[in-house]
Design a protein around this ligand. Structure first.
Ligand SMILES: [Zn+2]
Length: 300
């Protein structure tokens, strides 16, 4: 499997720049800059902080973070030796034992920027097929819709941090980064009693300072390898085609559950991936159950 931004980079570089909307995660145009970050990832080799790291799978550590990849507090992330919580019931399809992504064709579907009005429909679709995914939540949205966070968590999905206001964390002052991350951890903790161990920096924007802060806060940084540009291309068939054209085993697929067109694309995507023998795992499962705070992950 080639490392690096094999997928999405070409499409991302062709995407028109979308100005504005950065401060409002619910804004229709709020995700343009993420596409430019896809382009940035093409230069990952020269930028130690926008780097696609291949991570060796940790062996026999399926229970460290539990199916939802959460621990009781970031400080305990390194100390947890056994699951502090059983987590939600695992789906029969995924089985009660950890999937070995060294052998299985694993793919991690990730959904950013929710929860929003369109999220319950997606949860219905995933539940009907017993598929688990990873949700990178905007803290503000989580605070406004805690019942949806609870529903995601109860269904066995992994819950993760995507900043409080969809901020450009790689370029924000330290106090702002702290507030964005802590506020989101707090909103999620209030909703489900656990705090995430994963952060997806909006726009894929990270850097030395964010790496140091996330290390301190117990958050691994998660980017992606497949970007169907669903925020820009509001066409379900196109989203489906772009995912299927790019996906390879070990990929992290970036989508947005705030767009109904994306949600409508998911059933077909699941059907086709399943036909091709893919196994759906959470991000933490994809990387073997243990992820290092501060480290940047994109592809298994
Ligand atoms: Zn986002």
């Amino acid at each position: 499997m080639p490392n690096g931004p094999r997928t999405g980079a070409v499409e991302g570089s062709k995407a028109p720049p979308v100005p504005g909307g950065m401060g409002d995660p619910s804004a229709a145009s709020g995700h343009g800059p993420e596409a430019s970050q896809v382009k940035a990832r093409a230069n990952a080799g020269s930028d130690p902080y926008v780097v696609t790291q291949r991570v060796l799978r940790a062996f026999d550590t399926p229970g460290v973070m539990g199916p939802a990849g959460l621990v009781e507090s970031p400080k305990q992330a390194d100390l947890v030796e056994s699951p502090k919580h059983a987590g939600p019931a695992e789906s029969p399809k995924q089985g009660g034992t950890a999937v070995d992504c060294a052998r299985a064709k694993c793919v991690a579907l990730t959904f950013d920027d929710g929860p929003m009005e369109s999220t319950p429909k997606l949860l219905d679709i995933l539940a009907a097929r017993r598929v688990r995914a990873t949700f990178f939540l905007i803290g503000k949205n989580a605070a406004e819709r805690p019942e949806l966070v609870r529903r995601e968590y109860a269904a066995g999905h992994e819950i993760a941090n995507h900043s409080y206001t969809h901020a450009d964390l790689g370029h924000a002052p330290e106090e702002k980064v702290d507030a964005e991350l802590t506020g989101t951890q707090e909103a999620i903790r209030r909703a489900i009693g656990m705090t995430p161990v994963l952060l997806r920096p909006p726009y894929g924007s990270t850097g030395k300072r964010l790496t140091s802060i996330t290390r301190r806060m117990g958050l691994a940084q998660v980017l992606w390898t497949v970007d169907p540009l669903d925020w820009a291309v509001r066409d379900s068939r196109s989203v489906e085609r772009r995912v299927m054209r790019s996906v390879r085993p070990g990929d992290v697929v970036l989508m947005h559950d705030i767009h109904p067109t994306t949600v409508a694309a998911v059933p077909k995507i699941l059907d086709r991936l399943e036909e091709e023998g893919y196994v759906f795992v959470t991000v933490t499962e994809l990387f073997g159950g243990t992820m290092t705070p501060g480290k940047v992950y994109a592809q298994r």
